[in-house]
Design a protein around this ligand. Structure first.
Ligand code: KIV
Ligand code: ZN
Length: 513
């Protein structure tokens, strides 16, 4: 494996052999997202997941900020991960010492370089910035760490001075120079020119750190790589200050599938990594988010679904598939649905309506979709049973008998649940992070015990149908077994009941096929 070597400054590689390093800053810049704070345990779990994913460097935090932050960075360093661990520091010995105390592999030092930031934040002259950059780079190197130097707000810094500053850090022994687009004002053409100019002026590898204020962070990062940068700084789900950082998944897949460049990322883990960060950060992934959003590989309209059922690259990029990123393709039902989608879903459970019946089913599915409702698989099967007059040949395998939940400010939410499974009465009591979680864990335990494992809750969505505290809660779930997903709905005034109902409806349909 060819890797950019920090220590001999060797970076000239043939384009086809270039391995672009992935520097993940989810735990540092990502945690600077307003309103986000990971627990120490979550940070360690994230670090392990990033390592499993194959990121080259994990920026674990800024140890000087607090005792707790320092402890977490230290713990991450002690995990024995393959990724290098980096700590962030201002150009101050005490910040760098805090990183070194944690035993980081790399110290990332930064100093504002643009006139606006120098004049209004640090009040340092250009000369002072250069001196400090030189001294602190030396300081890091004397302590035996890899040194990354960042000229903060590089994209708003005069080019001649910026190059002088980077050369100064290089002369002092910096192993890698980072070019931050701190306030996200660059665009791909200017980014290309800037990185190209810096790349010509220095010998050490360049890293790129883009913010997403104009939605261009990923495009700018790709342009920087095209211009010679050998490392991208990214955050999972694009977390970070303000509009965030370049998204890890999009940047990696852009490099991989559009540029044909290699990274050390095991792309099959991208989806699960995005989901983990969604859960820990509480920031929901939009359904339209590229690559990991619920709709990224979903098809509804008749023409698209028909095409994709025949050959997936008719209406997907082809150079990137759901399998490559650990996601899955879905044919969803709605007002644009065509007959091929319906025929396919019905044939999977052995339902073969006549042509006239199919026309009627299609009409009703489209009507339901047009009313603004999500059309689940369970809806389709119910419509089909009504239209064909053929009530399911299978009994409902699971029925709910009793459910009670306890929750409160001094209680761990607990659910007790009784259900009939294949005629046998089963009970379970479970705790969860909330009453819905506890109740779903209880029903999953019963089903796992009676029907067998491998049934997994994949999607869960709650919507209030009407306003007010007595609103009807509509819960839609996706439940998977052996790669097949069935969607179903539950509608109740009680959110816990609606959730369990939706889950049971999906399981019953899944067992029908
Ligand atoms: O956006 C930025 O400039 C930063 C630096 C610390 C690199 O996050
Ligand atoms: Zn940043």
């Amino acid at each position: 494996m060819i890797k950019a070597d920090y220590h001999n400054g060797e970076r000239e590689m043939h384009e086809k052999d270039r391995i672009i390093e992935v520097f993940d800053t989810t735990l540092r810049d990502g945690e600077q997202t307003p309103g986000i704070s990971f627990t120490g345990e979550q940070k360690r779990t994230i670090a392990r997941q990033l390592d499993r994913l194959g990121v080259d460097i994990i920026e674990a935090g800024t140890p000087i900020t607090s005792k707790e932050e320092k402890e977490v960075v230290q713990h991450i360093c002690d995990e024995g991960l393959s990724a290098k661990i980096c700590g962030l520091a201002r150009v101050l010995p005490k910040d760098i010492d805090a990183c070194i105390d944690c035993s980081v592999d790399m110290v990332h030092i930064f100093v504002p370089s643009s006139a606006i930031q120098r004049e209004h934040t640090t009040r340092m002259s250009e000369e002072e910035v250069k001196e400090r950059a030189y001294e602190m780079t030396r300081y890091v190197k004397e302590h035996g760490c890899i040194c990354m130097f960042s000229a903060m707000d590089a994209t708003r810094t005069g080019l001649d001075y910026l190059i002088e500053l980077y050369k100064t850090a290089e002369e002092a022994g910096a192993d890698i120079l980072n070019v931050p687009d701190t306030v996200g004002v660059s665009e791909p053409f200017s980014m290309f020119k800037l990185v190209e100019a810096i790349h010509r002026a220095v010998k050490v590898p360049l890293s790129i750190h883009c913010h997403n204020d104009f939605g261009l962070a990923v495009a700018n990062s790709l342009a920087a790589v095209k211009a010679g940068a050998s490392e991208v700084q990214v955050a999972v789900n694009g977390l970070g200050e303000r509009a965030g950082n370049a998204d890890l998944v999009e940047t990696v897949m852009g490099l991989n599938s559009i540029y044909g460049l290699k990274t050390n990322i095991k792309t099959g883990y991208l989806f699960e990594t995005a989901k983990l960060i969604e859960r820990f950060s509480g920031v929901q992934i939009p359904i339209t988010k590229p690559i990991v959003g619920e709709n990224a590989f979903s098809h509804e309209s008749g023409i698209h679904a028909h095409g994709v059922l025949k050959r997936s690259d008719t209406f997907e990029p082809g150079i990137m598939t759901p399998e490559m990123v650990g996601h899955r393709r879905r044919i969803v039902l709605g007002k644009h649905t065509g007959r091929h989608s319906i025929e396919k879903k019905l044939s999977e459970i052995g339902m073969l309506p006549s042509k006239e019946e199919l026309d009627e089913i299609l009409e009703r599915v489209k009507e339901l979709g047009a009313s603004g409702k999500r059309v689940t698989d369970d809806d389709l099967f119910t419509i089909t049973e009504v239209v064909t007059g053929e009530v399911s040949r299978h009994e409902r395998m699971v029925t709910l008998k009793e459910l009670s939940v306890m929750t409160g400010n001094n209680l761990i939410p607990t659910a007790s649940l009784k259900a009939m499974v294949r005629g046998k009465e089963c009970t379970s009591a479970q705790m969860g992070v909330g009453p819905v979680d506890a109740a779903l864990k209880a029903i999953q335990e019963i089903i796992g015990g009676e029907i067998g494992g491998g049934i997994e809750l994949k999607d869960f969505r709650i919507e209030a149908i009407s306003g007010g505290s007595d609103a009807l809660a509509e819960v839609t779930v996706g439940v998977e077994k052996g790669g097949r997903i069935i969607t179903a709905r539950g509608v109740r005034e009680d959110i816990v009941m609606a959730s369990v109902e939706a889950f049971i409806n999906a399981v019953n349909r899944l067992m029908q096929g």
